[in-house]
Design a protein around this ligand. Structure first.
Ligand code: CS2
Ligand code: MG
Length: 402
């Protein structure tokens, strides 16, 4: 089966998404997510200018060789633009192979390892009370694991607290908008949030927390210790992910489990974290780490070190990425949990999918391939609009990590 055509589709149903659609000479097509949030058109151009011409005429079943061609063969290796483009091709080829053989992709990856994949949802609020109230709502909706964030008194905006975008002047995302940050205030509030949450919902629920790269190693070590009484499932991105050895300090001081990886694109960027067992969960997403093939390679490396996956699943990656994560997650052994942020109804309509949620678990469904597609006619009705992620500054105006 040969690839005869590949097209990049850019659409904005609730958020911007870049999709690669690969067509074959047997009339079967596959889809891959190529969404790099805040830099979408860089990947769209990389794909249409450089990758698509390399695909036409290739054997659609040669998934590994195509992965190597796009990774090794680009000379300028790694980097999120390259790996996101490579990921989209990889997902589309797995989708094609599953459809051609009439099986869901997870059957090609070794079959089911579990009945369903535990996922976590998000709860947040301006105050601790609001966040705990939302936690109750999520538990009522069936989730067994919830990430919890709350606002910090005195700060105008805080990561993890959703705000009505109309509150921002003008069209908020056309320029990178600024959030403020105060480490000391945060370090005081975060343990209070989890104390209140445990009091409200007891010990059985899995509670997670995302620090979003904001702390130094010693600050993160202190927070990890302060959170120990509340038995978190994990503390995520406690320090910036690109200094792997920074996690040694955090690890030495706390038994709070550590997760990292949503901005990691390649095994070389987490090799020390895994080999030295500095983390418990690796959070790479299929859309940035080389698709299902890249995710499998990283997970296979992590397995003997007892590091499990907890793939990034924010709503700014398309349902194609979630489907890919679920086929991987239902089949691989060392899988811990899957993040699941709800897509907007418009996004769900543009990307019809077979995956389902029930009783805290996600399931990829039994449709051949990835079980997700793009409705091109609907997609054409939603325009792409340039949109930046925020930046963060300390109270005195100094730039910090968002
Ligand atoms: C977050 C994301 O899901 C997460 O854990 O860190 O919301 C992340 O900030 C966004 O995906 C960035 O686009
Ligand atoms: Mg995160």
């Amino acid at each position: 089966m040969k690839v005869v055509d590949a097209r990049v589709i850019v659409t904005g149903p609730g958020a911007n998404f870049v999709t690669l659609k690969v067509e074959t000479d047997e009339g079967i097509h596959g889809v891959g997510d190529a969404t790099l949030v805040g830099r979408e058109l860089a990947v769209a151009t990389y794909l249409s200018e450089y990758v698509v011409p390399m695909l036409t005429g290739r054997d659609a079943f040669a998934i590994e060789d195509t992965w190597q061609l796009l990774g090794r063969g680009s000379y300028w290796r790694r980097g999120p633009v390259q790996t996101t483009a490579q990921s989209a091709v990889d997902m589309a080829l797995w989708d094609i192979k599953g459809k051609a053989l009439g099986v869901p992709v997870y059957e090609l990856l070794g079959g089911r390892s579990r009945k369903g994949l535990m996922c976590y949802s998000h709860a947040h609020g301006d105050t601790i009370e609001d966040a705990v109230e939302m936690l109750h709502t999520k538990l009522e909706a069936g989730y067994r694991a919830v990430r919890l964030q709350c606002g910090i008194p005195g700060l105008r905006t805080v990561y993890g607290v959703e705000r009505d975008l109309s509150e921002q002047p003008g069209t908020p995302h056309e320029r990178p908008y600024s959030e403020s940050w105060d480490t000391e205030a945060y370090l005081r509030i975060a343990p209070m949030l989890f104390e209140a949450a445990r009091e409200a919902v007891g010990g059985e629920v899995h509670l997670l927390h995302d620090v979003h790269h904001r702390l130094t190693p010693i600050e993160a070590a202190r927070l990890g210790r302060d959170l120990e009484p509340y038995r978190l499932f994990w503390m995520e991105d406690a320090v910036q992910a690109d200094i792997q050895t920074a996690f040694r300090t955090v690890r030495q001081h706390t038994t709070t489990p550590l997760a990292v990886g949503e901005v990691i694109n390649h095994l070389s960027e987490c090799e020390v974290l895994i080999r030295e067992q500095l983390i418990d969960y690796i959070r790479v997403a299929a859309v940035h780490c080389g698709g299902i093939t890249g995710l499998r390679k990283i997970a296979a490396f992590a397995e003997p070190y007892q590091v499990r996956t907890g793939c990034h699943g924010a709503a700014d990656m398309s349902p194609i990425t979630l489907a890919a994560a679920l086929h991987f997650g239902i089949s691989a052994h060392n899988v811990g949990i899957q993040e699941r942020a709800l897509h907007t109804p418009q996004t769900d309509e543009v990307f019809p999918h077979a995956y389902t949620f029930s009783d805290g678990l996600l399931d990829p469904g039994e449709a051949p391939g990835l079980g997700v597609d793009i409705d091109e006619a609907l997609a054409a009705g939603y325009e792409y609009r340039r949109s930046y992620l925020p930046v963060a500054r300390l109270r005195d105006g100094t730039m910090t990590n968002w």
